[in-house]
Design a protein around this ligand. Structure first.
Ligand code: GLY
Length: 434
């Protein structure tokens, strides 16, 4: 089978590595990919956003059998709908435009959760600065502001005072820092607790759960600094109990299946308040694999990822092993844990330098590998192109062991990159035991 992955980040690198292992994969391409993906497998073009005609031409010319959409932008713009209309037999991983709107519009998602009685951080929606400023004093602190549309993981801010919230609202509505994505803003109740990311592969009728992960969204060690796309992750996220997984399957994922006949990956971002099965709430839905969670989830999955992905498009029947958990079905995973630490450009998620030269080390053993994200390669030399540059992914017999291996690699990386280390940073507490 000839498989095409759309996207360029750490998530797409992880998908590439796992899909390459599949017995179904003859060729795997990543469009556009990044500098740590072998050049022969990169499609050296602009990222696919909302113009799908060149994608269709490429699929037909290269005889691609299966397109795995890694990132949200083409999904929200309707890439699945386009491909299914234009190349009906083609297999596609990802939801249709309606399902992707769960991520593409936070207001749409909030309205659905109200209708379906899904526990979530309650919100009010402002359509203008005047309306937002009128609503602001009625909200309790801390307060979360969310741009309605896509904002590359930067559309969420947390405020402990009304002044900074008012300032952010002005930046969104007047300076238009998020463009049209900021035409509406949610003022949302802040949820206390521990975050967990639970991913469900969905085929329109049923769901298969992946092992839960823990993402670290704040930029700096100790959960300080601004919200980012994610600065690291670990799997399994055992702080989400089996009873909570079952509750999530029944009360959160099932309504999405019913309403949208959802296919592809449903990302359920949860805040867990206590151990009680129902003491959790949805922070966000996303319509694709999470980044950086995927980099920590895929290495410990048992089985053939391509079979799971094809199952979501009714192109493969379940004849792989699954684990039952009450009414939920789980993809089995290996023992041990994976910790993934993101190497970022200093300043990210704000302004940061690009073209930072980078040196990667020989990987010490099979338990540690590095996947690229915002990185380019020319003639064997690497430079940064984005805020999140690379992921150090380490497996260990338990989380502490995995974490020790990731940070040991980073110590050596620091030495090898001493000339430019002031331009780079990473969190020191990914996977730390609470
Ligand atoms: N890690 C957060 C996200 O993928 O949206």
């Amino acid at each position: 089978m000839r498989i095409l992955i759309l996207g360029s980040g750490g998530r797409e690198s992880a998908l590439y590595l796992k899909i390459k292992e599949s017995s179904h994969a003859d060729e795997v391409f990543v469009w556009p990919g990044n500098g740590l993906i072998p050049e022969k497998d990169r499609v050296a073009r602009e990222s696919v956003a909302d113009d799908f005609s060149s994608l269709k031409d490429f699929i037909l010319k290269e005889k691609i059998d299966f397109t795995v959409v890694g990132n949200e932008t083409p999904l929200v713009a309707g890439v699945r709908d386009f491909l299914k209309q234009n190349i009906p037999a083609h297999a596609v991983f990802g939801p249709n435009k309606l399902g992707a709107a769960l991520e593409g519009s936070k207001a749409f998602s909030d309205a659905f959760m109200v209708e379906a009685n899904i526990p979530h951080g309650t919100s009010v929606v402002a359509h203008s600065l005047a309306e937002a400023k009128q609503l602001l004093p009625q909200q309790s602190l801390p307060l979360v502001l969310k741009a309605d549309g896509l904002a590359a993981g930067k559309g969420v801010s947390i405020h402990h005072d009304y002044e900074s919230a008012a300032q952010k609202l002005s930046e969104i509505f007047e300076t238009r820092i998020f463009g049209d994505s900021g035409n509406r803003v949610l003022l949302q109740k802040f949820l206390h607790g521990q975050e967990a990311s639970l991913f469900a592969l969905c085929n329109g009728r049923d769901a298969l759960l992946l092992p839960a992960a823990r993402d670290y969204k704040r930029a700096l060690t100790g959960d300080a600094g601004e919200n980012t796309g994610g600065m690291g992750a670990y799997t399994p996220g055992d702080h989400l109990t089996d009873a909570q997984k079952e509750f999530t399957r029944t009360h959160i994922i099932e309504p999405v299946l019913q309403k949208f006949q959802y296919r592809g990956l449903l990302y359920v971002g949860l805040m867990i308040a206590s151990n009680r099965a129902d003491d959790l709430a949805v922070v966000e839905f996303n319509c694709r694999f999470g980044d950086p969670e995927t980099q920590s989830i895929l290495p410990i999955l048992e089985g053939d990822l391509v079979e799971y992905l094809l199952w979501t498009d009714d192109k493969y029947a379940i004849n792989f092993p699954i684990v039952s958990l009450g009414s939920a079905k789980l993809i089995p995973y290996k023992r041990g844990a994976v910790v993934n630490v993101v190497i970022a450009a200093r300043g990210y998620p704000g302004a940061f330098k690009k073209s930072i030269p980078l040196v990667f080390l020989e990987q010490p053993d099979g338990d540690v590998h590095v996947t690229g994200a915002g990185i380019a390669e020319h003639a064997g030399k690497y430079t940064s192109t984005g805020g999140r540059i690379a992921n150090v992914v380490a497996w260990g017999a338990n989380r502490a062991a995995a974490r020790a291996k990731a940070y040991a690699y980073l110590e050596n990386f620091k030495t090898a990159n001493a000339a430019n280390i002031a331009d780079l940073y990473w969190r020191e507490d990914i996977g730390a035991l609470a």
